[in-house]
Every structure is written in structure tokens, then in C-alpha cells.
Design a protein around this ligand. Structure first.
Ligand SMILES: NC(=O)c1ccc[n+]([C@@H]2O[C@H](COP(=O)([O-])OP(=O)(O)OC[C@H]3O[C@@H](n4cnc5c(N)ncnc54)[C@H](O)[C@@H]3O)[C@@H](O)[C@H]2O)c1
Length: 373
């Protein structure tokens, strides 16, 4: 029987875990034995007793959990000390953050680990149920608005009272991908007046269908790569964009920043000068902070106040909604693992499968992914 191990995450900001009660049950139908480190689910509201009841074996520490493991699941890449302890040929599956992380790639190859980076999953219909970027970004977009509203000293919906009318809060969402669209939807549900901006004109319709205003930079420039992601824009575009954002931001109560360019530093969209011109009491939540931030004043895992504007920089927003984030992440992983097994419940990795090709970083002692070789 194949043994699959799940360790407790070591990052202090990480509350998620790579399996849920539901995914434990699903993985067991493949004939897998599951070993989980004690306390791994606590941050997501799953007790050791609940994991045991679902059929997993709870082990007291990392070493015991890893004993006999052929598959190891994680949320974030394990620390070097754990990678060293993994058996040769083990499958490691998680969001491994391979960009600009040569040391990790070398360690995975050196220890002969077959490592899959789930964030590289191709965004094709067949892989939608395995798309960790989307499942986690969706919750991050939601939570960013909740954090902003909790920090803002103002109500979001319009209120007509005997004492007068409270105007609705104005929210600007920068970047209307998965996180941005959920941020728009959440802010709308809370009654805010929402505007959004993205370099990809293709999202205009999606933004408008959620009831938000799309702010457009007049330009002929194509902003989208073949993969559907944004590319870095020209200096001329950036100048026009900057002037438009500056003017819009001055009227906003909340700005939610979600703009990312895969594998690159996040674009700077809100400059220090723009923050200066925002209303005192306004709030910026910078979801791009882990990639450098859309605002240079945001600091990883800090809430800073600059000229009366609060800038929230939580690097791990999905972890702030850990119960649901774990549930969706675990389902993404179990759906992927399912594709690695034959109908006869045998583990058989098809190196020609585009899901494997897209995510496999290291195999048989080498870095095999075309982007990182
Ligand atoms: N087919 C699928 O299964 C599937 C699933 C999810 C997402 N997608 C697509 O993948 C693409 C990326 O989505 P994502 O949310 O992961 O993106 P992302 O997290 O890489 O980026 C977030 C958003 O920031 C925007 N952005 C980048 N630079 C910007 C700038 N300078 N100014 C303003 N906005 C900027 C991007 O266009 C994107 O919409 C989208 O086209 C999305 O529709 C496809």
C-alpha cells in the first residue's frame, strides 16, 4: 500500500494544511494509507481526532509522519532540513514557489525528489478542478475586502437614516483576475460603489457584469500573453495608467491591489505620491505584497500607516480563511493525485501528460521543467 504523508506547515503565517477530512476519504479510495503529523489541521479547524475518525493515522512528529512515505503533500515547500530527510524517489506535491528559488530546485534534484509545483498547473479546462491559484486567489480576494472594511472607519453601504444619509464607500480594485473579481463581488455585496482596473481589456465585460465600473487606459497595446496572463507594459502605457489611477484614487476609501505578472516583480501601481493624495482614513490592501507589492509603502505582514492611509500587507491571505482555503486546496490536490493513478489503482506517472509536464519540477535527480532547467 502507498503511504502518503502530510506534515504540519512550519511557516508561522500558515494555518492551512494539505488534506481535509473529505480529501483523506477520497485518497483512501485509491488504496492509499495516510499519515498526518499531530496538530497539522488545527489552524484549519480539523482536530487530530477528526483525522483519525476519517481514517488517517496521526503521528507524533515529522520523522514518524514521514516513515515509509512515497507521497508527501504540503502547502508550502518544506524547509531544507525536511527535504534532506525525504526518501529518494518520493513524490512531493504542493505550492513550491519555484520562481527565483534555485536553492530549492537544486535540493529537490539532489535528493532525487519527484516534485510537482501545483501553481504551475496549466489553466486548461481539464485542470480547472486542480487550479490552486484560482481556488486560493478567490478566497484571498474575498478576505482582502473583509480586512479593508474592518480597518475602514466608515460604513460600506449607503444608509438613509433620520439623522442623515451615509454615502456608500468607494472601492477601487487594481487587477481584475481571479482575486480581483472576487474582491469586486464581495465589495458590491457589502454595498460599496466599485471601480476596477486591469491591463487586459478582455476583463472589461466581467467587471461590468459584476456591477463595477471599468476604468480604461486608452491604448492599442496588447496586454495579454498566450497563457492569458498580463505582460509588462510599455513606459508610455504606464504613464497614462499612472495618471488615471492617481486621479481615481484620490476619491477612494479603499484600494485592493491584486496585480501580478507571473515570475516577475509585481507592477508598481500606487506610488508614494498617490498615497499622499488619498483621503485620510483610506485603506489599501496589497495582495501583491509577497511579490514586491503594487504599492512601495506596503510591508510584508505589516499594517503601516502613511499620512493617515492604512496599508495592509498580509502575505498569506488564504491562510486568513484557512478552513475554506484548506478544503479547496486539499480537493485540488486530491483531484491531481487521482490523475497519477491508473484505473487499477496503481501509481503511474505519465511524463507525456500535459498536467505532469506543466507541474513537474524535478525527477530522477534533475530539474526537468522547461522554465527552470
Ligand atoms: N481557464 C482556466 O481554468 C482559468 C482559471 C483561472 C484563471 N484563468 C485566467 O488566467 C489569467 C490570470 O488570472 P490570475 O487571476 O491568476 O492573474 P494574476 O494573479 O497573474 O494577476 C492578477 C491580475 O492582475 C492583472 N495585472 C497585471 N499587471 C497589471 C497592471 N500593470 N495593471 C493592472 N492590472 C494588472 C492581470 O491582468 C490579472 O488580471 C486570467 O486570464 C484568467 O481569466 C483561467
Amino acid at each position: 500500500m502507498i503511504i502518503l504523508s502530510v506534515l504540519k506547515e512550519t511557516d508561522p503565517h500558515e494555518r492551512r494544511v494539505a488534506v481535509s477530512l473529505d480529501s483523506v476519504k477520497k485518497l483512501m479510495t485509491l488504496g492509499i494509507n495516510i499519515q498526518i503529523e499531530a496538530g497539522a489541521g488545527v489552524g484549519s479547524g480539523i482536530s487530530d481526532a477528526a483525522f483519525t475518525e476519517a481514517g488517517a493515522q496521526v503521528k507524533s512528529d515529522a520523522a514518524e509522519t514521514l516513515q515509509g512515505a512515497q507521497i508527501v503533500l504540503c502547502v508550502n515547500a518544506p524547509p531544507a532540513g525536511i527535504i534532506e530527510k525525504l526518501s529518494e524517489g518520493v513524490l512531493l506535491i504542493g505550492t513550491l514557489s519555484p520562481y527565483n528559488n534555485r536553492a530549492l530546485l537544486d535540493a529537490l534534484a539532489k535528493h532525487n525528489i519527484t516534485a510537482f509545483a501545483m501553481e504551475l498547473m496549466p489553466r486548461i479546462s481539464r485542470a480547472q478542478s486542480m487550479d490552486v491559484l484560482s481556488s486560493q486567489a478567490n478566497l484571498a480576494g474575498y478576505r482582502a475586502v473583509i480586512d479593508a472594511v474592518a480597518t475602514l472607519g466608515k460604513a460600506t453601504p449607503m444608509m438613509m437614516t433620520a439623522a442623515g444619509t451615509v454615502p456608500p464607500a468607494k472601492v477601487l480594485v487594481l487587477g481584475a483576475g481571479v482575486a480581483g473579481l472576487q474582491a469586486i463581488a464581495t465589495a458590491k455585496r457589502l454595498g460599496a460603489v466599485v471601480s476596477a482596473f486591469d491591463v487586459r481589456p478582455a476583463v472589461k465585460e466581467q467587471v461590468q457584469s459584476l456591477g463595477a465600473k471599468f476604468i480604461e487606459v486608452p491604448s492599442e497595446e496588447s496586454a495579454e500573453t498566450k497563457g492569458g496572463y498580463a505582460k509588462e507594459m510599455s513606459e508610455d502605457y504606464k504613464r497614462k495608467q499612472s495618471a488615471l489611477i492617481h486621479e481615481t484614487l484620490a476619491k477612494m476609501d479603499v484600494a485592493i491591489c491584486t496585480a501580478l505578472i507571473p515570475g516577475k516583480a509585481a507592477p508598481i501601481l500606487i506610488t508614494e505620491a498617490m498615497v499622499k493624495d488619498m483621503k485620510p482614513g483610506a485603506v489599501i490592501v496589497d495582495l501583491a505584497v509577497a511579490s514586491g507589492g503594487n504599492c512601495p509603502l506596503s510591508k510584508p505582514d505589516e499594517v503601516v500607516v502613511a499620512g493617515g492611509v492604512t496599508i495592509v500587507g498580509h502575505t498569506n491571505m488564504p491562510s486568513r480563511v484557512a478552513t475554506d482555503a484548506t478544503s479547496l486546496y486539499a480537493r485540488n490536490l486530491s483531484n491531481f493525485i487521482n490523475t497519477l493513478f491508473t484505473k487499477e489503482k496503481q501509481l503511474a506517472i505519465n511524463l507525456e501528460d500535459e498536467l505532469v509536464k506543466g507541474t513537474l519540477l524535478t525527477h530522477q535527480g534533475s530539474i526537468v521543467h522547461s522554465q527552470f532547467k
